[in-house]
Design a protein around this ligand. Structure first.
Ligand code: CA
Length: 150
């Protein structure tokens, strides 16, 4: 579809909040292009002298996935086979409002309390968030302890 109607973070991914986007493509120059949405012809466009065509969908599409195909009819009346499908996703629904739950815990090298194998004489025992090696050391007796970095 056209970049202008392919909304969102990508203008070429086929995902849009525009439920009447403009589809585009190439065909034989000056041919008449019939556009199909999910297998149903919805309208025609005329390819220009370079073969480029575009068609603004005239009816809103429901949210969800749709397959766009096209055929070309030349000036002699010969009709092409169908194009391969171009898949689009219409999403007109806004996401739920996000939650704001608070502030993050301060990141500290001694932030993770570790309760296993507390050394004798230590009231609390801490390790760094990354793997540590034993033995651990008391900072001071009956004070907090920490495990040295591996
Ligand atoms: Ca998009």
């Amino acid at each position: 579809m056209s970049a202008a109607t392919d909304t969102g973070s990508s203008h070429s991914d086929g995902i849009t909040d525009n439920n009447q986007p403009t589809v585009q493509g190439t065909a034989e120059a000056n041919s008449t292009v019939t556009v199909y949405v999910d297998g149903t012809a919805v309208g025609t466009a005329t390819a220009n002298g370079s073969g480029a065509w575009s068609y603004n969908l005239s009816s809103p599409l429901a949210d969800g996935n749709h397959s766009i195909r096209a055929t070309a009819t030349d000036t002699a009346g010969n009709v092409s086979g169908q194009s391969s499908g171009y898949n689009i996703t219409i999403d007109t629904t806004a996401p739920n409002a996000p939650a704001v739950s608070g502030l993050t815990t301060a990141t500290s090298r001694l932030a993770t309390r570790w309760t296993a194998a507390r050394p004798p004489g230590c009231r609390a025992f801490w390790r760094t968030p990354t793997p540590c090696s034993r033995p651990c050391a008391c900072i001071s007796p009956m004070a907090t302890c920490k495990m040295p970095m591996a």
